[in-house]
Design a protein around this ligand. Structure first.
Ligand code: PMP
Length: 382
């Protein structure tokens, strides 16, 4: 129940990683056959992945994951465009791998960052974006799916707003929670950077890629041997890239079946949770407009960490709703932003699913919650 944190690699992914590691282990920069073979693995992966975003293979740069991709887009983009201005717009509920690089740019390099609010469904307020755009704005960075509450931003409408204001503004979409679950058309989004992580889609950890538009100006943040057209030096993680391709093919090859399954599971958990006293589901008024794999639920009268560990004892692994994504450690910005009651902020759990989550797992989880809640509520400090 914690698949937004990470997913199990597919057996086919593990098989190809092992095969490339042990048998096709050439360095793609080498001039001999072994090198050529490795280069071909990367080329095939790049072509497959480009199809999933409907872009050219030239737009794909492989990285070590979402965090590196976000740093590349934000730090690399800021450094290359600082002459045009030093203003950056983002939201109040980005992942740490977006807001921390931005804080770094603010604290050390004289950039100014505006944090946009979100509405009660957890979507960025578009009027606030329009008001925030300035002549010196050089980057707008907005996540597609929020990792804590599963709300979905309209990346196409945001792209229109940004590019109509000034086509030179860099538009970055953190798609780490959406890629593989929601269709993304890179061109239609008008994004300059779309960042993706392999381990959220049954690929290997430490893999990912960045979609980079043709003409965006960006400085590399990793300097060295000039691999990947000098945008990202370092010998490519060929086994990881091969595994990432298999995972992406799997997610996109069966997307509509997956979506149906995800929503069935999500609806089931939502309805079961809503029928328990003192339990509220967050940011999920219109189920179909949310991400298929994340459900945020608040449990009155019990601290999230306590419930998390009690569930862990029963073999159910979840995340506390306020984990890892806040400007103020311990207090979730996403939950605050959507107006979750103050006394529920630290009583919120994130459940997140994979295509392998079953109805039986949901039934078991709810049974455990129903069994644990009365007992845990007795011990809460009043
Ligand atoms: N952005 C979002 C929205 C995420 O959920 C995560 C992963 N928790 C990241 C970025 C970082 O990705 P990675 O773990 O691949 O560095």
């Amino acid at each position: 129940m914690d698949n937004a944190a990470t997913t199990q690699a597919l057996p086919e992914v593990a098989d190809v990683v092992k095969d490339v590691m042990c048998n096709r282990y050439g360095n793609p920069s080498s001039l001999h056959n072994r090198g050529f073979e490795a280069e071909k693995i990367i080329k095939d992966a790049r072509e497959s992945i480009a199809k999933t975003l409907k872009c050219s293979p030239d737009n794909i740069i492989f990285t070590s994951g979402g965090t590196e991709g976000n740093n590349m887009a934000l730090v690399g983009g800021a450094l290359a465009n600082q002459r045009e201005g030093k203003h950056i717009i983002t939201t109040c509920y980005e992942h740490a791998s977006v807001y921390r690089p931005l804080m770094y740019l603010e604290d050390n390099m004289g950039f100014e960052v505006t944090y946009l609010p979100v509405d009660k469904n957890g979507r960025v307020e578009l009027d606030a974006l329009k008001d925030a755009l300035r002549e010196d704005t050089i980057i707008v960075s907005i996540m597609h799916v929020n990792n804590e509450i599963g709300s979905v931003n309209d990346i196409y409408e945001i792209g229109n707003i940004v590019k109509e204001y000034n086509k030179n503004i860099i538009y970055h979409v953190d798609a780490i929670q959406s890629y593989g679950k929601i269709m993304i058309n890179a061109k239609r989004s008008k994004a300059d950077f779309i960042t993706v992580s392999g381990h959220k889609i049954h690929g290997p950890k430490g893999t990912g890629f960045v979609f980079k538009s043709d003409n965006v100006k960006v400085h590399p943040i990793i300097h060295g041997g000039g691999q990947q057209k000098n945008f990202r030096s370092g010998t490519e993680n060929v086994p990881g890239i091969a595994g990432l391709k298999v995972a992406a093919d799997f997610m996109y090859g069966n997307m509509s079946d997956h979506a149906e399954h995800f929503f069935k599971i999500k609806k089931m958990l939502k309805e079961k949770c809503e029928s328990i006293e003192g339990v509220t589901v967050n940011a999920c008024e219109e189920l179909e407009a949310t991400a298929p794999h994340v459900l945020s639920v608040s449990f009155e009268g019990v601290r999230s960490e306590v419930l998390l560990h009690a569930l862990e004892d029963r073999g159910v692994f979840v995340s506390s709703g306020s984990a890892c994504s806040s400007n103020h450690p311990g207090i979730s910005h996403a939950l605050q932003a959507i107006g979750v009651d103050k006394n529920l902020l630290e009583s919120t759990i994130r459940f997140s699913f994979s295509v392998f989550t079953t109805a039986e797992m949901i039934d078991y989880t709810v049974e455990q919650i129903e069994d644990l809640l009365p007992m845990l509520r007795k011990y809460v400090k009043r």
